[in-house]
Design a protein around this ligand. Sequence first.
Ligand SMILES: *Cc1c(COP(=O)(O)O)cnc(C)c1O
Length: 396
Amino acid sequence: MKFNPAKALEKSASIGSHRGVNHMINDSATYTFESGEQMTACFNGELEGAYLYSRHWNPTNFALSKSLAAMEGTEAAWDTGSGMAAITNAILQVCNAGDHIVSSVSSYGGTYAFMKFYLPKFNIHTDFVNITDLDAVEKAIKPNTKILYTESLTNPLLQVADIPALRKIADKYQLTLIIDNTFTPLIISPIQLGADIVVYSLTKFVNGKNDTTAGAICASLDFINSLIDLNDGSSMLLGGVLDSIRAANIHKNLFTLPIRMKKHSENAMFLAQKFKDLGLRTVYPGLPDHPQHELMKELMNPEFGFGGMVSIDLETPERASKFMSLMQDSGVGYLAVSLGYFKTLFSNSGKSTSSEVPEETQRDMGLSPGLVRYSVGLDHDIHESYKVIEECYKKL
Ligand SMILES: *Cc1c(COP(=O)(O)O)cnc(C)c1O
């Protein structure tokens, strides 16, 4: 039977301590032992189920990680203080100095910057490719390549990665396939399609409130344990752990993710069609003219739709800016980066979340300077919202 991420998530809910419907927030950075011998045993990893210190494990973070692992169908998961902590920790755990990465050029700006400008100081170099061009992916692989990296639905171009095909390439050259699933939780289940490691910015759809940054790594138990190894675990030693109070909040929000994703997708599909009717160059994986529309249909869990991200091309940053101000002033949503919020958010990718990518590279990859990226909200009446957007467009 096909894996159902929402069902798996629902099943992961468990009664908290004192029979609370939610898990208790464990408000402790450190934990007590009954004897020195017991503490030594814990440090040596011989004490099952004991907590030592919250940078390592905390019961509240552990409960959240269990639900995230259930949703992805992995053995384990690890919660971090941001999406970037998840991405950097996972990469640094897999790579050694001198290794090489092949990554999608269309990626979150911070991820691109980390690979392009930060990792070279460890002599780790990255070649960036168009991830939908499988020949280009294979040609970029070198004898020292360790990681094949992409987002399932890429930022900002909204390309769909062919994860099963990338798995075949990863097998052929023994690479670790890491997928950032931030744009498509529940819609795409990367592990089921062949990924080794899934990373998330929980800041976005998963938490859905834009009240905190957070991230997660979902993978095998061996990999998660390696991340928190006291001697050489990148999560343990770089210390980007999530705070337990935030973990408890995110855990509660996680259980409404299935209904939220459906609504984001429904509203985004409506807007994408309307934008197209208006004659705008529109990119949305749910539109039949999207280059990977058929692939998306093959890969996705259909009940959650095609996601909440839509982009349109206003050609110049000046027109994009004027349009976004008009929309914000008329209450359509907010001119803000980030995504997955209950209000619609919009930004001009080239000048904001992809500004780390040099202008020449932006041009080469086909990122229009006037691209406006929408994270479509949970609007009760999207028809009404569209009417307001159309009025703004007419004023341009
Ligand atoms: C926002 C984002 C990140 C980074 O997450 P933070 O929580 O801001 O650190 C990584 N990948 C994608 C696709 C994102 O949208």
